[in-house]
Design a protein around this ligand. Structure first.
Ligand code: CMC
Length: 430
């Protein structure tokens, strides 16, 4: 492409500039389109629309490439930790030893919730979904930091708020689990690292600490790392949209939690396990279920399959699948749901319905089985995704905050309702 695109609309020829990304992606800049022609673009679901330029994450869906700040996900998964990767996403470079120590110290400083915040948990009924609690509590947390309000957000205080949010999301998640089960809350321990501390808050008892198991800690840390960012997905673009109005970091990330909750997005990890359990209970090996999916019976989908961007394979799914086998063998566990998942994958990967639509396992297909083996209950799965995604949301919020050209996000629409008509008085209607 020569840096220009041409559009002909009603015989009017319009030259549009292009923007080329660092990996060669081409974007046609249509920002003058409406001014010059009166027309807008229409792209439901935004499959062809770039909403921003971003230097955080690169995905090539055709080739199955995912890179955080230029580092391949497989290399980070093998060599890094969730916290180091979080720093990379937010600040753009892998931290030096001193920077990592400083970041970790901030996370430790902010791991306790404001004691007043603890009482908010009491207001939720036992039926509350942990994602509802998480979103509400993150938003409520901003009330304790009034200087964090909208336009006054100060970039120099940003590292504190970012660390507080990453640290406290895990405390809120563990507290909501304990509350929902009528268990006493367990406070974080300064001596423990991020993921080990989370497992301690989830599973320790007041009179007995959870026995730290390095394999489990590493497996969960890897799940967090693999979820840490994924460019302009539904929740991240929601965070950016809320941030574009100059709403604060907590409000923006709380909105991200809500967007993530849906079963087509982060909620898929819970939906996968529900699907596998249902297949298991019905005594099906997956064949009957897949036939229903292909025949669109009840609009069923094979949850954990398919992706808007990946059309070949999801590199996160490859890593997770390997980890899944490892965790189950380390814990000397077998799981009939894993057998069903493998069978579904095997059939689907050779079936024309899935091949022709380019549907492959995504990150959520096997992550639920690992979390189940660790002892994390199903309704907490999407919360695990949210803990992992927090650094990605924060990095995207920071990009919006620091962009001198940032404007409030405000898409247009094509109106399809009635044209102008007169008001009908109530007694003459119908
Ligand atoms: N099972 C069966 N059919 C499917 C599936 C699936 N999982 N996904 C898409 N299709 C079909 C769909 O019915 C449609 O078929 P047809 O052309 O006959 O109408 C075709 O494939 C295209 O589907 P689409 O809904 O237009 O695709 P999309 O890009 O809008 O949706 C998706 C992407 C991820 C929402 C979708 O693949 C899906 O619903 N997957 C299951 C839910 C899931 O696992 N979500 C987690 C995604 S990864 C985690 C994350 O990053 O959020």
């Amino acid at each position: 492409m020569n840096g220009k695109a041409e559009l002909i609309i009603d015989n009017q020829r319009l030259e549009l500039p292009t923007t080329i990304g660092s990996e060669g992606e081409v974007g046609i800049d249509i920002s003058t389109l409406r001014d010059k022609t009166g027309a807008i673009t229409l792209d439901p679901g935004y499959g062809n629309t770039g909403s921003c330029e971003s230097a955080i994450t690169f995905i090539d869906g055709e080739k199955g490439i995912l890179q955080y700040r230029g580092y391949d996900i497989a290399e980070l998964a093998a060599k890094s930790t969730f916290i180091e990767t979080s720093y990379l996403l937010i600040y753009g470079e892998l931290p030096t030893a001193a920077q990592l120590a400083e970041f970790s110290a901030l996370l430790t400083d902010y791991q306790m919730l404001h004691e007043g915040l603890r009482f908010h948990f009491e207001g939720f009924p036992p039926t509350a979904h942990p994602m509802a609690i998480l979103s509400a509590m993150i938003n409520a947390a901003s009330s304790y930091y009034p200087n964090m309000v909208s336009g006054k957000t100060r970039v120099e205080r940003f590292p504190h708020h970012a660390a507080r949010l990453i640290s406290q999301v895990r405390t809120i998640a563990a507290f909501s689990y304990r509350k929902a089960r009528g268990l006493p809350v367990i406070y974080p321990k300064t001596s423990l690292k991020y993921t080990a501390n989370f497992l301690h808050m989830m599973f320790s008892l007041p009179n007995e600490d959870w026995t730290q198991n390095e394999d489990i800690v590493r497996a969960l840390d890897l799940i967090f790392l693999l979820h840490a960012d994924h460019e302009q997905n539904c929740s991240t673009s929601t965070v950016r949209m809320v941030a574009s109005s100059r709403a604060n970091l907590y409000a923006s990330c709380s909105a991200g939690v809500c967007a993530l909750w849906g079963p087509l997005h982060g909620g898929a990890n819970q939906a996968v396990l529900e699907m596998l359990e249902e297949i298991h209970q019905e005594g099906d090996d997956g064949t009957r279920f897949l036939n229903d999916v292909k025949n669109k019976v009840g609009n069923r989908r094979l949850m954990g399959f398919g992706h808007r961007v990946y059309k070949n394979f999801d590199p996160r799914a490859v890593i997770i699948k390997e980890q899944c086998d490892k965790v189950l063998s380390q814990l000397h566990k077998s799981d009939p749901l894993l057998d069903i998942a493998k069978k579904l994958e095997e059939i689907a990967l050779h079936d024309d319905y899935f091949i022709s639509r380019k549907l492959y396992p995504n990150v959520d297909f096997y992550s639920g089985i690992i979390m189940r083996a660790i002892g994390i209950p199903m309704d907490m799965f999407t919360v695990m995704f949210a803990i992992g995604r927090m650094p990605g949301w924060i990095a995207n919020f920071k990009e919006v905050l620091e962009d001198p050209h940032s404007r409030i996000s405000r898409p247009r629409q094509i109106y399809t309702g009635p044209t102008l008509r007169s008001y009908t008085p109530l007694d003459t209607r119908g």
